[in-house]
Structure formats: structure tokens, C-alpha cells
Ligand binder design. Structure first.
Ligand code: FEO
Ligand code: CA
Ligand code: CA
Ligand code: CA
Length: 689
């Protein structure tokens, strides 16, 4: 451990500058791309829609209340015994501690905040590393050797910086599941010994291309434990990289805005980039958001390049030196072919994954569908940038059940036809009561109503002055024009499979309330927002065309001792501190699990569970923490297993291969490797019961 660097954070928030540099192209240090003054335009365009919609929103709440489903009723008062639980200072391992209490599924002793260079899990649980960066998964791929990396080897090995994870069933193969993983970005300084950022070699660049993208890898569980390991060379195993073939589909496919000199059709794209989070569809495919794609493109020239955060000079990784398509001065449309939601059919290793233009183009964090009562998928999506927007897509088609070839082919068209919407939220408290401090308004809640403003349906644009192609390719501009609400970095969005309520992680926004920037509003109620919040929406699942919703803040994150925090009204002395909610997932009990990115409270990032209904609604408990410099990603919560992606371990300012800031997962002297971790209960019982 001697070579470990002290924890330094030069970023506003808990993230290291090294993470900013490689992950999002230093977005926080650059001008916020949304400089639109969209309120005025919004009032004109949305005005007619919104009065009707507000009335409908009110109706939705009433109807849903009567049905006892999606309405936002107040949290039930926590019962006295709920408060008896150990607080966030509780240390696991006390010999006389009572059995952990909590909501069903969350009965574990919370992990205390810490800075240990390991994955810390609750008492009575066990863990294993499922797969590491560089482990071979395809036939012919060699074992990982950090000093003999090649692009060819990497293309058959598990990629770098695992993020989103999905586990899908694999029928007929006992104890096996199909795992799909995103590989968001590469950190060359932590990958290559002696890396020279000013002069990357062609081989290093090609390794980075191969380390991006997606992995499909079949995993096998060990008898009677939750332990998982990869099945090398399984026929479903697959790598998709920055140079694999993808097809553009949906209403904007073939648009002139998507054509380049290498692809006159505007339908065939090489690669997927910066796949952050994603989603798993009810029809057995996976969705993958292309997030900070802007950072890979050099020499941006247009206003639209700027609106998407694309710089005007060379890039950090210098890919433009090795492939002209990354130089927008030469190929101005190439960047338009990134920033989409990708759909992959992991059961068909020969299928070409599709970029779904109907879901719009922005910095897609994730895409999680839920079906309406009549079987149409609704996909929720956040645009992860300060002051950018929250979207949803509603398909005009119904999912076909079953696994027949016809059903599967039909379901692969669901995300090509429908309506794309952006959210506008209004608070119900007087604006004078929203003072930017996080103090609750007099009605006791940050809440209100909202409207989904339609942007385009198929080839019909609903945005004056923009064609449908423009709406899909320049979706941010469409949001500006209709007056969408500028949010605090909308990340993952997850509809509850049980209640239908929709949860939106808003990570943070250090610029909220700064001079010349939007100030606090009821949905984004803190200026210089360091810790983020989670928004809860009530949707009308019985009417896919309904455009109104009710909303409230479910959590306002931070140290519970900080008066500017809120945990759905649950007693704060009984919850874990949390900062920067990012990815979210549900367990079978209806608890929301939240992973964090950039903890600004001084602890390492982690994974938390919180009850969303019942007496313990708002009781938040920390389940694990990750090693130094890492972020917690991709949580999957199964009955007997929790799966997390430990992303960018050791990514701390000043670290390199030679001077590691973490020794995870393999100990001193071994290169730090982003890896997937499985956690299960030693007694074999379900998680948290
Ligand atoms: Fe890749 Fe929005 O985090
Ligand atoms: Ca992430
Ligand atoms: Ca209110
Ligand atoms: Ca994220």
C-alpha cells in the first residue's frame, strides 16, 4: 500500500479531475452547453398544450388515487419502531447487535461511510469479482497481459470501465445467465505504462477503440452460492466496439444530417461510444445510452456542435489523428451519428445492433422502458448535462408476448414508431418559498405538476421551425424551443415495476444559482447543488396518450445532519448519508437501489437501498462502498444476488500505472482493473429479508 496516493479531489464535488478529463471531457470546467433562454419561447409554444395538460394532470392524480395506483399520496407516518434502527454511524460487526430491521429486502446492517480501498459489504454477505477488464471472452483471445496489450487481443476481451449491467435468463443452461455490460470510456493513463497524452500511438488508440463499447458474456453461478464467473468462448459471447457495425433505424435514419463521405446512406455507423447506463426491455433486449460522445470529436464548427458540448480544438485522446471521421472539420456530420440509444439483441450474436433515432439525440444516460396497461413501451431518458432535460418516448405499437420468431421481429420495431416528449415541471408552492437553500416550502414538500411536451411523432414535427429530422438529431434544441425545464443533470430514470411511479436521479449541479445561470426552482431547489436529488413522478399507465403528471422530490441527498436534506419524511437520524445519486434499479420488493457517482461527503461512492412505499418509505440504507477513486455502476438486484460494476477504480489525480492510487482488485503490484462484483448472503437466503 506504500505507493498509494492520498485522496485528492480538485473537482467541484467528489469526482477527481482525472475522471473529468477522460470521462466527460472536462464538462464541468467548460461553458454549460445550454445557454438557451427557453422560458419565453416555451410559454408561447407550450401554453396552449399546458393548460389542458395541467387539467389532465390533476385528473390523473384523482383517477389514480381512486384506483389506488400511481398517485403521489403522502408518505405514511413512520411507525415508532421503524426509528429504532441503527443510524448511519452504525458499525457492522458488533457482537450483540439485534437482527437488522428494515423494509423487506433491506434488512441488513448498513455499511458505514468509509475510504477503504475495497468493496465493503454488510455483515453476513460474501462477494467475488465476476470479471475484470481484459479477461478473454471470445475464442482465440489471449489471457490479459497489461504489458502486452494489443487491439486484436482487446477486441476479444472484456472492455474497460464497465458501467451498465444487465442479467438476462438463459434457458436450457442450468445456473447460467447472459450478462450484458457497457464499457463507458477508457483512461489511457491508467491503462498504459508510460502513456504520453500528447503522442498516443496508433496501437494505443486502437486498443482504446476496442476497449469501448459493449460486452455480452454468459456467466455461470457456483453451486449453492451467489458466486458468478464468466463462461469463456460461449457462443453468445460478443464484443461490440468503437469500430463494429451499427444500423440507424427509425424516422431520422437516412437523413442528410446523418450522411458522411463514408456512409452516403446515413444508415450505417461504425461503433458506439461512451455507453453509460441503459435498460433491459420486457421483450428481452438491452438498451445502451451513448453519453459524453462529444469528447471524441475534434474541431467542432457549428452552433449545434457547441450545444452538444463539442470543442473547437483537438481532443484529449487525439483519435482524429488516426481516423478522419473524428475530425468534424472534415466530417461535420459524423458526431450526429452518436448520442443515441442503442438496442442490442443479446440472444442473436449475428444481429446488427440498432441506434434508435425515434428516442432522440442527446447525452443519453440511460433508457428504461415500462409497458402501459395496453402493452406499449414507454422509455424514460435523462440528458446528463447541467441544465438539460428529461425525456420520454411512447411507442405507438404494442409488445407481442412470447418468444416466437414473429414476436421477436415485431418487438424489434417497437422503438422505431411513437412520440418523443420532453418534460416541463411546475412547482405548487409560491416561488418566494423556494429560496435556493433546500428549505422545505410551507406545504412541506417540493412538489407540483408537469406536462410532457410532444416533440415529434414519426416524421411529423411538433416543434415550430424544426423538421422532424432536426428534432431527432438536434433534440436539445427542440427542448430549448418548447421551454423544457432545466434540470440538475438528469441521470438514470427507473419506473417502479410495482407502483408505476417513476424515479429520476438528478446527480448535482454546481452551477445552479450562479450569476447568469438559472436559479433554484421547486424541482431543483438548491443553489450550488452538490449532492443531488431524486424526483418521483406519477404517470397514468392506463392512457398512453396522457401528457400530464404529478411529481414530488422523493429524496434531497446529502448528510442527514444537513437541514437541506429530505428523505421522503423518514426520520433523518435513521438513514445513511448519500451524495450524487446516479444509477437506479428496483428489487422485487419494490425498493429502489441507488448507486452514486462523485460522493461529495468525503466517503467513497456506494450502493444504497431505500423503501419507496409503506411505513418505511424513505428509509435509506447503504449496502456497499467501492474502492478508492471508483464509482458504483450498473446495479442489478436479484433475489439472491447484487451485481455492481466497479468503474474507474484508482482514478485519482496524479495516479498512473506506475503510481497506482488503488490496489483493487488484485493487490499490490498488479494493475488496477475495472471489474464486475457479485454480492450474496453467506447463508444462501434472499438479499435483505
Ligand atoms: Fe456516465 Fe451520467 O454518468
Ligand atoms: Ca456512471
Ligand atoms: Ca410544494
Ligand atoms: Ca451515470
Amino acid at each position: 500500500m506504500r505507493n498509494l496516493l492520498p485522496f485528492i479531489s480538485s473537482h467541484p464535488g467528489g469526482r477527481s479531475a482525472l475522471t473529468c478529463r477522460f470521462r466527460c471531457g472536462d464538462a464541468c470546467f467548460k461553458e454549460t452547453p445550454n445557454t438557451s433562454d427557453n422560458e419565453y419561447a416555451g410559454d408561447i409554444i407550450a401554453g396552449a398544450v399546458s393548460r389542458r395538460s395541467m387539467m389532465r394532470a390533476a385528473a390523473v392524480v384523482t383517477v389514480a388515487t381512486a384506483a389506488g395506483t400511481a398517485a403521489l399520496t403522502g408518505p405514511s407516518a413512520p411507525q415508532a419502531e421503524a426509528v429504532a434502527l441503527a443510524g448511519h454511524g452504525h458499525q457492522p460487526g458488533h457482537p450483540h447487535k439485534p437482527a437488522p430491521s428494515g423494509a423487506r429486502g433491506l434488512r441488513f446492517s448498513p455499511v458505514a461511510p468509509n475510504k477503504d480501498d475495497k468493496v465493503t459489504i454488510p455483515d453476513g454477505y460474501a462477494q467475488n469479482v465476476v470479471i475484470r477488464w481484459g479477461e478473454p471472452i471470445l475464442r482465440g483471445a489471449p489471457a490479459f497481459n497489461p504489458d502486452k496489450q494489443t487491439a486484436k487481443a482487446q477486441a476479444g476481451q472484456f472492455g474497460y470501465n464497465n458501467d451498465f449491467l444487465s442479467l438476462l435468463p438463459l434457458r436450457g443452461e442450468r445456473g447460467r445467465q447472459v450478462m450484458v455490460a457497457n464499457h463507458e470510456y477508457t483512461d489511457e493513463i491508467l491503462m498504459f505504462r508510460g502513456y504520453d497524452p500528447a503522442n498516443p500511438t496508433r496501437e494505443q488508440v486502437e486498443i482504446a477503440w476496442a476497449a469501448h463499447g459493449l460486452s455480452v458474456v454468459v456467466v455461470q453461478e457456483e453451486n449453492r452460492t451467489g458466486k458468478l464467473g464468466p463462461v469463456n468462448r460461449h457462443p453468445l459471447n460478443r464484443r461490440l466496439t468503437a469500430t463494429s457495425e451499427f444500423r440507424m433505424t427509425g424516422p431520422a435514419a437516412g437523413s442528410t444530417l446523418l450522411r458522411t463521405s463514408a456512409d452516403r446512406s446515413g444508415r450505417k455507423v461504425l461503433g458506439t461510444l461512451n455507453n453509460c447506463a441503459g435498460g433491459t426491455t420486457p421483450w428481452g433486449t438491452t438498451l445502451h445510452g451513448e453519453e459524453n460522445f462529444n469528447q471524441y470529436f475534434a474541431n467542432g464548427t457549428t452552433d449545434m456542435h457547441k450545444r452538444y458540448g463539442i470543442g473547437t480544438s483537438a481532443t484529449e485522446r487525439k483519435w482524429e489523428r488516426f481516423d478522419r471521421r473524428f475530425d468534424l472539420a472534415k466530417e461535420p456530420n459524423e458526431a450526429n451519428r452518436f448520442g443515441w440509444v442503442v438496442e442490442l439483441d443479446p440472444y442473436d450474436p449475428d444481429s446488427t445492433p440498432r441506434k434508435r433515432t425515434a428516442l432522440g439525440r442527446f447525452k443519453h444516460e440511460a433508457a428504461q422502458p415500462r409497458l402501459t396497461s395496453d402493452g406499449r413501451p414507454v422509455v424514460y431518458m435523462g440528458d446528463d448535462e447541467k441544465f438539460d432535460y428529461l425525456y420520454k418516448f411512447v411507442s405507438s405499437k404494442r409488445m407481442k408476448k412470447g418468444n416466437s420468431r414473429a414476436a421477436r421481429e415485431h418487438n424489434l420495431t417497437l422503438l422505431d414508431e411513437g412520440t418523443l416528449y420532453v418534460a416541463k415541471l411546475s412547482g405548487d408552492s409560491p416561488v418566494t418559498e423556494i429560496d435556493g437553500s433546500g428549505k422545505l416550502p410551507d406545504d412541506g414538500e417540493f412538489d407540483g405538476s408537469g406536462v410532457w411536451i410532444p416533440l415529434a411523432t414519426g416524421t411529423t414535427s411538433h416543434v415550430p421551425g424544426m423538421t422532424a429530422d432536426e428534432v431527432y438529431v438536434y433534440t436539445r434544441l427542440a427542448g430549448d424551443k418548447v421551454g423544457a425545464t432545466k434540470m440538475d443533470r438528469p441521470e438514470d430514470v427507473e419506473p417502479s415495476p410495482r407502483t408505476g411511479r417513476v424515479y429520476v436521479a438528478l446527480t448535482n449541479n454546481s452551477d445552479r444559482g450562479k450569476a447568469g445561470k438559472p436559479g433554484a426552482d421547486e424541482a431543483n431547489p438548491r443553489n450550488s447543488n452538490k449532492h443531488g436529488q431524486i424526483l418521483e413522478l406519477a404517470e397514468n399507465w392506463d392512457d398512453p396518450t396522457s401528457d400530464g403528471f404529478a411529481w414530488r422530490l422523493f429524496l434531497v441527498a446529502g448528510d442527514p445532519d444537513d437541514p437541506a436534506t429530505y428523505f421522503a419524511g423518514f426520520p433523518k437520524e435513521s438513514v445513511s448519508p448519500i451524495s450524487c445519486p446516479d444509477n437506479v434499479a428496483f428489487d422485487a420488493h419494490g425498493n429502489l437501489w441507488i448507486s452514486t457517482d462523485g460522493n461529495a461527503l468525503g466517503s467513497h461512492d456506494g450502493l444504497f437501498g431505500v423503501a419507496t412505499h409503506g411505513d418505511r418509505r424513505g428509509e435509506l440504507k447503504q449496502f456497499l462502498t467501492v474502492p478508492a477513486g471508483a464509482e458504483t455502476c450498473g446495479p442489478v438486484i436479484q433475489d439472491r444476488r447484487v451485481l455492481v460494476a466497479v468503474q474507474h477504480p484508482g482514478e485519482i489525480d496524479g495516479a498512473s500505472v506506475e503510481k497506482p492510487a488503488s490496489v483493487w482488485p488484485d493487490g499490490p503490484g498488479k494493475i488496477v482493473r475495472p471489474s464486475v462484483v457479485a454480492v450474496w448472503r453467506k447463508d444462501g437466503r434472499d438479499i435483505g429479508v
